[in-house]
Design a protein around this ligand. Structure first.
Ligand code: SF4
Ligand code: SF4
Length: 710
């Protein structure tokens, strides 16, 4: 027994001596930077960077074999710290998130019933999978299994993967695992610069939204209670969700497929809920900002278009300064929308969200009066965005126009938000029927007017205001008088005492507004002490045209190129109402993001690429006449409203925000519409949830043909 033990001890001793000598001979000095970089990494050892762990990752970075921004857990901060330590430039690093490009899911037509291995690759081996659509998601969740971060769940309703941005680190494992190539990693810049394309699978609501918000995506997050992710989805296209959540007329809902079965989704009410959820928390959701590009952009005008452009330009890494003529930022929604629809305090949350990104703002300075375009260029701005709005209220040139008591709609509304005296009176006549006219009429009632008559020279169906604004105005006591044309203003001792009007009939005029034919002998004088004219607005351009040679259109707007928003002055862009004429707040937001795209390309590459296959019109087949096997679900969420009695004598908010429960049940009503891959003739009755053919097919076919021809 003793001999074998001694023998083993001897062998061990000799081996130890040999190893010791070998270690001395082959010893390699470890680069001390590896340990330092390892310490800068988060120590998650997740393998998301493609290395065996954090030490291996650090070694590869030190050797220059791996980008310093490869750590998906550490993000930009870690990348910058490592970059600073190793002396590398980390410019261009930006967080990417996974997203799927298929919306078909369980609705896709099936070739056969599959009951094999729960793996998308295995399913694909069999006759290219059991889904008829070449592009469609197979729904077996190989991506979910590949994700080490729990950032993917499979939605039981649609069978599609759902990505949770708070957990996704952009490692790309799901991209590699998907045999259909449906998953993409999309960076911040790509999301900001993207515009709808016909070749995308776009739900009708998303096609109709001027800001192109991914509505089904935010509704899907909302129904899972992921309000932060829902809001982040909205903010990829719209940085003013508190404001738009209150005043947007919800064009998207007019195209919502759910209305073929019951009522359209209350899309904007859900947006408002998630926006208020953030505002009420008092903590702003952080968005990433690309590394500084060293480029400077001046934004002239702090309305929705200017604020939006500033927000995205800053997120794209540019230095942005806003120049605003009024004492406060916000533009027309701040000075023109009454508090009962959108209060200053509410809107300020959105505005602060822009400033907190590091956007600088100068207020009380007016282009043309205090500075000009040349001066901005001399200050080193690489591009200038003119979003100066329409601040000049048009006035009708009628007899008696000089009488005291006649104001423009903007002049009237602005005074509620400045130190100027509020216009008071007993009997108001409002001329016009747009949202500004309704705002004036409803404000006048709240400010103590005894009678408010709104006159409009066309018929009621041609009123431009949002339908519910008209109804609300009427319910509150505004008297609507259509088919009345103003003739002159009458007064005594320089003061207005009435407005003469004449009845008209309409003669249809194909392709444009009808002609108003006066009815002889129908003139009457409406007694009033205040007339508010809400009949149009113009941009204040004279000084800018004179000082800088800016060109304008015959409509009094700034002349610019439709595709790029460039004006006649090099490096000067325009957008928002001063370019398009008066439009909706959400359209100004869209214009701001579009301008940010053009300006970003201009200052970084000098060229503004056109948008391929840009979706300009609704794809005709996007709407369907009926849905098969879609049962009515929950009644549409209705916003709480204060009573008519509670509204008078004050500017309290009329419409409230829906409750969390309403948000959850409302977002469940979304059908998560997509347009690829399902055809009702292919679907067995039991599997039909919703059926239509793919409206993208003609475009895709055309594209494929063009490619072949090339
Ligand atoms: S696997 Fe996909 S979803 Fe999961 S963290 Fe990586 S990129 Fe994000
Ligand atoms: S059901 Fe949902 S995805 Fe479909 S149109 Fe309506 S809101 Fe959009």
């Amino acid at each position: 027994m003793t001999t074998p033990v001694l023998l083993l001890v001897g062998i061990a001793f000799v081996a130890a001596v040999i190893l010791g000598i070998a270690a001395r001979i082959f010893h390699v000095e470890e680069d001390p930077r590896i340990e330092a970089v390892t310490n800068l990494l988060p120590g998650a050892n997740c393998g998301g960077c493609g290395q065996a762990g954090c030490s291996a990752s650090a070694e590869a970075m030190v050797k220059g074999e791996l980008e310093v921004n490869a750590c998906v857990v550490g993000g930009t901060e870690t990348a910058e710290a490592i970059g600073a330590y190793l002396g590398y430039d980390v410019a261009g690093s930006e967080p990417s998130l996974a997203c799927a490009t298929c919306e078909g899911g369980y609705r896709a037509a099936r070739k056969y019933n599959y009951s094999g291995m729960e793996d998308c690759r295995a399913a694909l081996q069999l006759y290219h999978g059991y889904i008829r659509c070449e592009n469609g998601c197979l729904g077996l969740g190989s991506c979910r299994k590949a994700c080490k971060f729990g950032a993917i769940t499979m939605d039981p309703e649609s069978g599609l993967p759902q990505f949770h941005p708070d957990r996704c680190v952009g490692c790309g494992s799901c991209v590699a695992a998907c045999p259909k190539g449906i998953i993409k990693l999309v960076g911040e810049k790509t999301r900001i610069l993207h515009w709808n394309q016909y070749t995308q699978c776009l739900s009708p609501c998303r096609q109709r939204c001027p800001a192109q918000i991914n509505i089904p995506k935010y509704l899907a997050h909302a129904r899972n209670g992921e309000y932060g992710a829902a809001l982040a989805t909205v903010k990829d296209n719209n940085p003013l969700p508190v404001a738009t959540g209150r005043v947007c007329p919800e064009l998207c809902a007019t195209e919502c497929r759910r209305q073929t079965q019951d009522d359209p989704l209350a899309i904007n009410a859900v947006k408002r809920f998630v926006a208020d959820w953030e505002r009420n928390s008092g903590e702003r959701m952080q968005v990433s900002i690309a590394p500084d590009t060293g480029k400077k952009v001046a934004v002239v005008g702090a309305g929705p278009s200017g604020l939006t452009a500033a927000y995205y330009l800053r997120r794209l890494g540019h230095h942005v300064e806003i120049f605003e003529q009024m004492p406060k930022l916000g533009g027309m929604p701040l000075y023109g929308i009454p508090d009962y629809r959108l209060s200053e305090e509410q809107y300020e949350w959105d505005i602060d969200g822009v400033l907190e990104l590091g956007v600088e703002a100068h207020t009380g300075v007016k282009l043309g009066r205090d500075f000009n375009i040349h001066a901005l260029k001399a200050q080193g701005f690489d591009a200038i965005f003119l979003a100066i709005g329409l601040w000049q209220g048009r006035l009708l040139p009628f007899e008696g126009k000089e009488l005291k008591g006649i104001y423009s709609g903007i002049d009237y509304l602005r005074r509620f938000h400045t130190d100027e005296e509020i216009i008071k009176g007993k009997r108001f006549v409002i001329i016009g029927a747009g949202n500004v006219a309704m705002d004036c009429a409803r404000s006048a009632l709240r400010a103590g007017a005894e009678e408010v008559i709104l006159t409009f020279r066309f018929s009621r169906d041609l009123m431009e205001a949002n339908a519910h604004e008209i109804t609300d105005a009427e319910n509150e006591g505004v008297i609507m008088r259509c088919l009345l044309s103003p003739v002159r203003f009458v007064g005594e001792d320089g003061k207005l005492t009435g407005m003469e009007v004449q009845e008209v009939t309409l003669k249809q005029n194909p392709g444009s507004l009808p002609d108003c034919i006066p009815v002889e002998g129908s003139n009457e004088i409406i007694p009033c002490d205040v007339v508010i004219q809400a009949v149009g607005q113009a941009a204040e351009l004279d000084e800018i045209v004179e000082a800088d040679g800016l060109e304008r259109t015959r409509y009094g707007t700034i002349d610019g190129k439709e595709e790029t928003l460039e004006t006649n002055i090099e490096g000067v862009f325009t957008g928002g109402d001063c370019f398009t004429g008066p439009r909706l707040l959400v359209e100004a937001v869209a214009g701001g993001r579009y301008a940010a795209r053009s300006i970003h390309y201009y200052v970084t590459t000098g060229e503004i690429p056109p948008i391929e296959d840009r979706q300009r019109e609704m794809v005709p087949q996007a709407m369907v006449d009926s849905l098969i096997n879609v049962a009515p679900l929950n009644s549409r969420a209705v916003k709480p409203m204060i009573s008519l009695e509670e509204r008078m004598g004050n500017f309290r908010e009329v419409e409230g925000t829906i409750s969390e429960q309403q948000c959850l049940t409302e977002s469940q009503r979304c059908l998560n519409c997509g347009i690829y891959c399902y055809d009702q003739n292919d679907l067995p009755q039991s599997e039909i949830r919703q059926a239509t053919s793919c409206p993208n097919e003609p475009h895709i076919a055309e594209k494929k043909q063009a490619e072949k021809a090339d």
